[in-house]
Design a protein around this ligand. Structure first.
Ligand code: SF4
Length: 376
């Protein structure tokens, strides 16, 4: 079955570290932007219904940007999807939300429409760190948003936190971790801050305020340990879930399953082909036919697929299957096994019958590990 991703390219304001495609909108302009974008999405969904008849989507994910900024319109777009696409009975439907934009009407309409999962951006429980990141919410806003979601019926709720925030210390990180562990969440994502070109941080940040490599590693390992002790299993480099609550949608990205992305610059991977919508918001809205703005990035060969299998699966705790590699490329299997054994002696990976997977220390060095495996 397939995954469906809908991109919502609007935010109330731009965070200092963000390089995602999203337009800051506020005040009067916001309503018009939402109306036009929602109309365009619904048009494209209707136009695609015939073409996508052979697929059944079992995960739907609204990401951004800030999907919760759409308010009740979010539920209406989801209705359009349900009316035009085949949706599996046991689907997972997630929307991303920023704390300050969670309102009772948003939560109620989305729950009634059938969303069953919410991913909320917390980043930190320390208000000073939030304001440094350029986030416009406080810890209190997050608590308020969570209460609203729960009282409207949501029980599968994920939160994002960030490691390596400027001037973050082990003490403030632990405060954030204690806070999220006290909230009865089902899923936590913990990402390291990256300084991306073109962002305000890239231009203005004092490099001395950033954690060095050793501190970053300490933050990461402390996070893994604390979340695991708190009942969250690490199932991916940056993702932790209570039993039965992994993100089924994101899991598709790491296991090479088909997913279709809708929205400006949204990526898709269908039938071994990676493609994206090559248009900004305006052109996406104007396009009569989504096929006119699609650009093929690459068609994966068997060799590419094996490379992706190893690269992506090593992000997951379940790791790679050695017999799968033996079947796809018999000449690669033996040298790969030797290298896996070496990584095991260095404490970076574990060989368990047919499976090889990385330890938290291995996750920390995953880029070097993949280079070392020379799977290209
Ligand atoms: S809310 Fe998210 S998408 Fe929007 S600017 Fe901040 S980090 Fe980027």
């Amino acid at each position: 079955m397939e995954g469906l991703y809908i991109h919502v390219p609007f935010c109330k304001s731009k965070c200092n570290y963000c390089d995602f495609y999203s337009k800051p909108v506020n005040g009067d302009g916001l309503c018009l932007d939402i109306k036009n974008y929602s109309l365009a999405l619904k048009k494209h969904i209707r136009n695609l219904s015939h073409l996508l008849k052979k697929y059944t989507f079992d995960t739907i994910y609204f990401g951004g940007g800030t999907p919760s900024i759409l308010g009740e319109e979010l539920a209406l777009i989801f209705e359009e999807i349900k009316n035009n696409f085949n949706i599996a009975k046991n689907y997972e439907a997630t929307f991303e939300a920023n704390p300050e934009s969670i309102t009772p009407s948003l939560a109620k309409s989305c729950f009634e429409a059938g969303f069953n999962r919410v991913s909320v951006g917390l980043q930190s429980a320390i208000d000073k760190e939030l304001s440094l990141l350029g986030r416009i919410h406080t810890k209190k806003d997050f608590e308020k948003g969570l209460d609203i979601l729960k009282s409207e019926g949501f029980s599968d709720i994920s939160a994002d936190i960030m490691l390596g925030i400027p001037n973050q210390t082990m003490k403030t990180l632990k405060e954030t971790l204690d806070f999220i562990l006290s909230l009865d969440l089902t899923h936590i994502s913990a990402y390291g801050l990256k300084i991306e070109e073109g962002t305000p941080f890239y231009k203005n940040l004092d490099p001395l305020s950033l954690a060095n490599e050793k501190e970053q590693a300490e933050f990461y390992l402390a996070t893994v340990e604390k979340l695991q002790k708190g009942g969250f299993n690490q199932y991916e480099i940056s993702n932790f879930a209570k039993e039965g609550f992994i993100s089924r949608h994101n899991y598709k990205y790491w296991t090479g399953e088909n997913y279709l992305g809708l929205g400006p610059f949204a990526y898709s991977y269908m039938e071994n082909t990676r493609f994206f919508i090559n248009s900004d918001i305006q052109n996406f809205e104007k396009a009569e036919n989504i096929q006119n703005v699609i650009e093929i990035e690459e068609r994966l060969t068997e060799k590419d697929k094996l490379f992706e299998y190893i690269m992506l699966r090593l992000r997951l705790k379940e790791g790679i299957s050695l017999s799968y590699i033996e079947k796809s490329s018999p000449t690669k299997a033996k040298p790969l096994l030797e290298k896996c054994k070496k990584l095991q002696t260095e404490g970076l990976g574990i060989l368990e019958e047919d499976r090889f997977y990385l330890t938290p220390q291995g996750f920390l060095l995953s880029n070097s590990v993949i280079n070392y495996l020379e799977i290209n």
